[in-house]
Design a protein around this ligand. Structure first.
Ligand SMILES: Cc1cc2nc3c(=O)[nH]c(=O)nc-3n(C[C@H](O)[C@H](O)[C@H](O)COP(=O)(O)O)c2cc1C
Length: 151
């Protein structure tokens, strides 16, 4: 199964750490949304979309790429994120919705805490310093292994 991961990680490269671990297990190509054309993306059997959470949603460059895609039929996708407040039910809501509207089948979701020094949080050293940590990355590895085994 040919897999690709499209990710954005602008704050502290928190999500990049997770993306690399998942990519290693899935033997997936790693790209930024602005590095790939929509038609090229659709050549892959499994597509992962991930970023930090910025104001309650994934990075807008992911949405811009997805907007440019034609409708698909049950193409497999997964979602991941790192966030100051790890509440995937809320944080993944918008991406989940647009992927489903495009016709993707969401086969898995992963999230963990990420070091967050946005705004006033910087004054107190930030939230979740040290995250994603080894345990978070181990959980990401397990997520990817389960995903690999299930599809
Ligand atoms: C501009 C900005 C907005 C953010 N908004 C949120 C938010 O709404 N909810 C949240 O849980 N974390 C928020 N965060 C924290 C990031 O999601 C968190 O630090 C994440 O791990 C960053 O990932 P990255 O290093 O891969 O960019 C925000 C961070 C920044 C810089």
């Amino acid at each position: 199964m040919d897999s690709i991961i499209v990710y954005v990680s602008i704050h502290h490269k928190n999500t990049e750490k997770v993306a690399k671990v998942i990519a290693e297990v899935l033997n997936a190509r790693l790209v930024k949304p602005w590095e790939i054309k929509p038609e090229e993306l659709l050549k892959y059997d499994l597509i992962g979309f991930g970023s930090g959470i910025y104001y309650w949603k994934h990075h807008r460059a992911l949405f811009e790429l997805i907007n440019k895609l034609p409708k698909v039929e049950g193409k497999k996708a997964f979602i991941f994120s790192t966030a100051g407040l790890n509440i995937p039910f809320i944080n993944h809501r918008k991406l989940r919705k647009v992927l489903r509207e495009k016709g993707f089948e969401i086969v898995g979701e992963f999230s963990c805490r990420g070091w967050d020094t946005n705004g006033w949080l910087a004054e107190i050293g930030g939230l979740n310093k040290g995250h994603p940590n080894e345990k978070d990355l181990e959980n990401a590895r397990k997520f990817a292994e389960n995903l690999k085994a299930s599809i």
